[in-house]
Unconditional design. Structure first.
Length: 202
């Protein structure tokens, strides 16, 4: 190997110094590039956590508000109905006061009867306003879904299974039977004496 070849392969200190810092800069650049995605992911995760916490807080407030509103609605559900009943109670109290202070003559009894009839009419108006209505009974065919037969009466004047007497009124609440009407039902006979039997079913 010649001296020229030897000199061609030697690396000078200046070359080492130049190559050293360049390699170090490349390493630092690589580290910075690797850390950038990690920082971005951390920020995105923090944003998702913040959104979740806000959503959880909003839902908790909504749940508490709905619970409070349900309790208030249940507590005051009958407020309007009771308010409508107050005038009825007032009229009954006036009728009682009138009967207790007046003389027991025919005029006083007539006034008391008129007062009670007016109060009853007012009471029925309150029930109708609340959605309650009377069940038709006398003269209609027996319907086990809204009538309760407490007696059967043999009759030659009425069709079989026709209601001929009402012992207690029945009521609907909207389209639901609130209380069935207690009735007596005709049992058709062609001739002979009629009789009455007590029964729980038609």
């Amino acid at each position: 190997m010649t001296e020229r070849d030897t000199q061609g392969t030697d690396i000078s200190p200046e070359t080492e110094e130049k190559s050293g810092p360049a390699g170090s800069a490349d390493e630092e650049s690589g580290e910075a590039t690797a850390s950038a995605p990690a920082e971005g992911e951390s920020a995105a995760l923090k944003d998702v956590q913040d959104r979740y916490m806000r959503l959880a807080a909003d839902f908790d407030n909504y749940r508490k508000r709905m619970t409070r509103e349900r309790e208030e609605a249940r507590k005051y559900a009958l407020e309007g109905f009771i308010k409508d009943l107050l005038p009825v109670i007032d009229n009954l109290e006036r009728a009682i006061a009138h009967a207790s202070t007046g003389s027991a003559d025919e005029g006083n009894a007539s006034g008391l009867l008129a007062g009670v009839e007016m109060t009853l009419k007012q009471f029925k108006g309150v029930l109708e306003k609340a959605g309650a209505k009377e069940i038709d009974s006398v003269g209609v065919p027996f319907d086990p879904s809204c009538h309760e037969a407490v007696a059967h009466v043999e009759s030659s004047e009425h069709e079989n299974n026709t209601i001929i007497q009402e012992f207690q009124k029945g009521y609907y609440l909207a389209d639901r039977v609130l209380r069935p009407a207690m009735v007596s039902v005709a049992k058709r006979v062609d001739s002979g004496d009629t009789s009455e039997t007590i029964s729980g079913n038609a």
